[in-house]
Design a binder for this molecule. Sequence first.
Ligand code: URA
Length: 309
Amino acid sequence: MTTRTHLLALNDELRRLKAGGQRTVSVTEEGLAQLREAVTAVRAETEAAIAPVAVAALGVAETPRPVTARSVATVAGVPVAPAAPEIKLPEGDKQARWDFLRDRVLNDSVCRARVCPGKRVVFGVGNLDAAIMFVGEAPGGDEEEQGEPFVGRAGQLLNKMIKAMGLERGQVYIGNILNWRPEMGARNPDGSQTGNRPPTAEEMAYCLPFIRAQIAIIQPRVLVALGKTAVDGLLGPEQFKSMGAARGAWHSYAATPLRATYHPSYLLRQEGLVSAGARKIKRDAWEDMLAVMERAGLPISEKQKNYFR
Ligand code: URA
């Protein structure tokens, strides 16, 4: 049998297992390396698109943890990003539509295959009638552990910002562009991963229907894009070169006013810095929140106005 025939047979077997409900297969590091080699060889020979088929069908490999988002996306240099899901929300009230969507996302096979064993797919939280909806980038370690957006250090700062606006966390809605923690490759001995990175374009494209559907359900008065990834996801990647270019003005997402501001993680990195630049960044972020409050029809006290003066 040729290598190509072997791969096709493997592909058939994986499809059969998948059809039978199997979501993971164990492959040794050596086996995975051989598979990659074979895929590369066949691809070079034929330029046929067998690699994406074989690897996508694998879905999960390596013992004992899932194939990483990165390796799924780039094995043998072949992009294997799955097509973005089509979300059709059911009829019903906000709660019913949100429950349906949450269930859909938490059980999404692509999202589930991207999280480390024992970690969680993260869906939005908050008040379904919120006037203000914050959209962040992607879960980090604390978020994938608890299954809730913005619960780590960045989340604590976001909570402080929300409080400074005169609100409680439970009065706003908080979601992310991505529903899983982007894979870094580096792992701790217990299998958990270290570090964070921004999502790739493919990852974002896959999850965007989920955040769009959440916005469609919540229908906030104002959207706040926290950081460049949220700006790119909601307004398009070509719209703004930098966060500095995006903030300080009103934009529109599907007719909803959108304000872009610095990501809380970026603001955290300014903490303790006493430079004029760091102070300006924090002041700018607060100015953004004041603009959001005004647009959302919230009262603004003199104290809030003069916070940074
Ligand atoms: N950063 C984000 O963008 N989202 C989170 O949920 C946590 C940190």
